[in-house]
Design a protein around this ligand. Structure first.
Ligand code: SME
Length: 161
């Protein structure tokens, strides 16, 4: 496998996602272990974009339980009806929050987090298996570009669930 990630610098986010995708694909398609793949996806996104926090919350024991992540320590368990992660889980859709202070019920694991995007990852039967949470220390840091490209990366995981 590749030993280091090649990330173009001084360019727009879509270009970086496009450069990243085949590298993440190569990592995920040659590894069968789910946790190993979630760990490398978190690391690749953190390294490529310098996001404040990137990680997965996995559906387990009737709640969302912290999985592989990169960044500061975080809340370990989130109820299905709490926070942005819970909203993404229960509404089964991607949620972009430009200003976390303005999102009712946002869970502040760290006060440095200013905006976030959360995407659900689906089992083949249509239920949510986990969510990907990406947090930024900048306001309004996520758009449809992130939603589309992160969704494409998560399809690599969905195919293996
Ligand atoms: N902010 C999230 C909680 C998880 S952490 O930020 C890592 C939420 O409101 O669901």
């Amino acid at each position: 496998m590749a030993e280091e990630l090649l990330v173009p610098t001084d360019t727009d986010r879509a270009t970086v996602y496009n450069a990243l995708f085949p590298q993440i694909q190569a990592l995920v398609e040659t590894e069968s272990d789910l946790i190993a793949n979630l760990a490398n996806i978190s690391a690749a996104l953190k390294e490529a974009f310098g996001f404040f926090w990137v990680g997965f919350y996995i559906v387990k024991e009737g709640q969302l339980v912290l999985g592989p992540f990169q960044g500061p320590i975080a809340c370990t368990r989130i109820a299905f009806n709490k926070g942005v992660c819970g909203a993404s889980y229960s509404q089964q859709k991607t949620i972009v929050v430009p200003d976390v202070e303005a999102f009712p019920g946002h869970i502040a694991c760290n006060s440095a987090s200013k905006s976030e995007i959360v995407l659900p990852v689906f089992h083949r039967n249509g239920t949510v298996a986990m969510v990907l949470d990406v947090d930024s220390d900048q306001l309004d840091d996520f758009s449809e570009v992130d939603a589309a490209h992160l969704g494409k990366i998560l399809k690599l995981i969905e195919r293996k669930l």
